[in-house]
Design a protein around this ligand. Sequence first.
Ligand SMILES: Cc1cc2nc3c(=O)[nH]c(=O)nc-3n(C[C@H](O)[C@H](O)[C@H](O)COP(=O)(O)O)c2cc1C
Length: 354
Amino acid sequence: MFQSNRLTTLLNIKYPIIQGPFGGNLSTVDLVATVSNAGGLGSYGAHILPPEEIKKLITNIRNVTAHPFAINLWVSNYDDGFATMSEAQFEMYLEPFKPFYDELNLTYPRYPETFYEDFENQVDALLEMSPPVFSFVFGVPDEAILKECKRKEILTLGAATTVDEAVTLSDAGVDIILATGFEAGGHRVAFQKPAEQSLIGTLALVPQVVDAVPQPVIAAGGISDARGIKAALALGAEAAQLGTAFLACAESGTSNLHRQSLFNNKSENTVLSRSFTGRLARFIPNEFISQCEACSEFPLPFPIQSFFANPLKQAAAEQANTKFSSHYAGQGAGLLKHRSAFDLMDQLITDLST
Ligand SMILES: Cc1cc2nc3c(=O)[nH]c(=O)nc-3n(C[C@H](O)[C@H](O)[C@H](O)COP(=O)(O)O)c2cc1C
């Protein structure tokens, strides 16, 4: 029977279960509340939201749960050297995408005023609202931000894909370290070496991170049931973060087509690709990914690739077109059983107690 540990005490949650945040409008207030109200930690991926939306979001979450929750941002919202895009670059980048837009009968995008949210402005909004937990990926926030979190008693939770990244986060004074193995769905959130050189599996990464840092560690990547959570605890982690298992539930913001492909997927049938965003992420393979992988003009840097690919995946979701759908999935997809986060939490808690 699970009692409590250093991390569950610190987070003030009952069970060592973290619902991983999802960017790109796939998180929902309902999912966060369901998990937090059941005794885990719900998380909302807010990296594409403007500051005012982040403030509203935090108020909305507080309206539906009195329990702790996390708000997640991306420390780096653009690849080095690509903070701006000239009109000439825009035209050049659009060119290889044109056949895809034509295939879906979509009008070409217009030159944008901005194509990403400013992290500093997002953080200002977050600090003003003081959520219980600030979780982040793709880097370490500045010292001043971490200091302000301490002052406001906002717990910080940073993600590492390697032991060196974990040590960097630890030395910066981050409160909780997420060790995320290469099995994980979504992006490979490396921030020191290229993502392709940061592909350590959860089983190898977690105990090495536990040995290297004094902070409590959360394990993520390929964990979809209580056996995985127990294994993570046995490796020295003090909680497990599940992404794909919650994404498959009705409370998440994804499409029914995506849910269906998650349930139909064999766990080994995922690929790492930069095709949809310009950063490496794990998906169920489809034709768009194969064509991008075969094309020398792709991938463009992040977020330029996602700026041009987003309309394609949105149209694909509306048209139930699997060729252009971005079906993120972790390697644990083959274990999925639950279609409701309420039922999933119930099962995880029951199985953790036996
Ligand atoms: C569709 C999708 C979007 C994600 N977006 C984010 C994000 O914005 N920020 C983040 O920290 N993690 C993100 N993740 C990672 C999850 O929060 C979680 O750590 C990961 O899914 C765990 O691995 P699993 O899918 O094998 O359970 C995302 C994962 C998925 C599947």
